[in-house]
Design a protein around this ligand. Structure first.
Ligand code: E4P
Length: 296
């Protein structure tokens, strides 16, 4: 470990689909607790890209084998926050289809977390998964209601469940994504602690410090952000650090107000619709399909 690296309280994860990046961050920071992957990141893996640019197109099975190879190389590089592997989810994929993929992916490595989207079927799959002692990471989270539904659907899980609020994508549409992280953390204070907040869609150093200051249990960021952190001598938010609600260029972002939500409701009773969740699914499907044979 670099003699200057602080062991931050939050678990640190690399957001990417290339084991080389994980190795690089580990060398720079001294350790990596975990990794998050998704269909977009896998389609950008250098080996996958090289094959696609030389004309190769994968069958669904071959694509899955590529994904497996990638997570199997990453798995031994990371600590106990594991490797998050995302299922293929279209709008009409049922919970049964999601969990069938989840079961297979969970067997790939000893430290897998299965990523399901914060949709009705994703939540149903998560509920069934935790009953089978499968670790889950609920992704594409853009609202407090979705995080409340995650809490309620996975109650009783023996291992921590992750929920991933996407900070950068909210910022992209002018809302202060870090407010969502803070709001979920505040809402969970009334809970039993079984859901851990994984700040995701982290785009720059200010996000990273914001996530540390918000006391997210985990933070995932692309290698370039960890490199930026290392190059700036691993800054940490001071006691006076403020989530000022500005983007990287200091443009003000709209605050996301806190909502008072009772966590002790059935997950089905929460309004979990969010435009960005739907958009995120569309994007992941398109990226997943971009490497497939037309007929696959
Ligand atoms: C991680 O789990 C997420 O998939 C990732 O952070 C999304 O980041 P993006 O919004 O930059 O694509």
């Amino acid at each position: 470990m670099s003699p200057f690296t602080p062991r931050v309280k939050a678990k640190i994860l690399v957001d990417g689909g290339d084991p080389e990046e994980t190795v690089r961050v580990k060398r720079l920071v001294g350790y990596v607790d975990g990794q998050t992957t998704n269909p977009t990141l896998v389609s950008k893996n250098p080996e996958v890209r090289a094959q696609v640019s030389s004309g190769k197109r994968f069958s669904s099975r071959e694509e899955l084998e590529e994904y497996k190879k990638i997570v199997q190389s990453i798995s031994p590089l990371v600590g106990d926050a594991g490797v998050s592997i995302e299922v293929f989810a279209d709008f009409d994929t049922t919970a049964e289809q999601l969990i069938a993929q989840g079961r297979e992916m969970f067997s790939w490595i000893p430290n897998a977390y299965i990523k399901y989207p914060c949709t009705h079927e994703g939540l149903r799959a998560a509920q069934m998964s935790v009953h089978e002692d499968m670790r889950v990471n609920m992704t594409l989270c853009f609202s407090q209601e979705q995080a409340a539904a995650v809490y309620s659907a996975t109650k009783g899980s023996k291992t921590p469940v992750y929920v991933s609020p996407f900070v950068g994508r909210l910022d992209d549409r002018g809302e202060n994504g870090m407010d969502l992280v803070q709001n979920i953390k505040q809402m969970y204070e009334a809970g039993d602690g079984h859901v851990h907040v994984l700040a995701a869609s982290i785009r720059h150093l200010k996000h990273l410090l914001g996530a540390f200051a918000a006391k997210a249990e985990l933070v995932t960021a692309p290698a370039k952000v960890w490199e930026e952190w290392a190059a700036s001598s691993f800054p940490l938010p001071g006691a006076d650090f403020a989530n000022r609600g500005t983007d990287k260029a200091d443009k003000p972002l709209k605050a996301i107000p806190y909502k008072s939500i009772d966590l002790n409701q059935r997950w089905e009773s929460f309004d979990i619709q969010h435009e960005l969740t739907a958009k995120g699914i569309q994007q992941f499907v398109a990226d997943y399909k971009s490497t497939l044979k037309q007929s696959a």
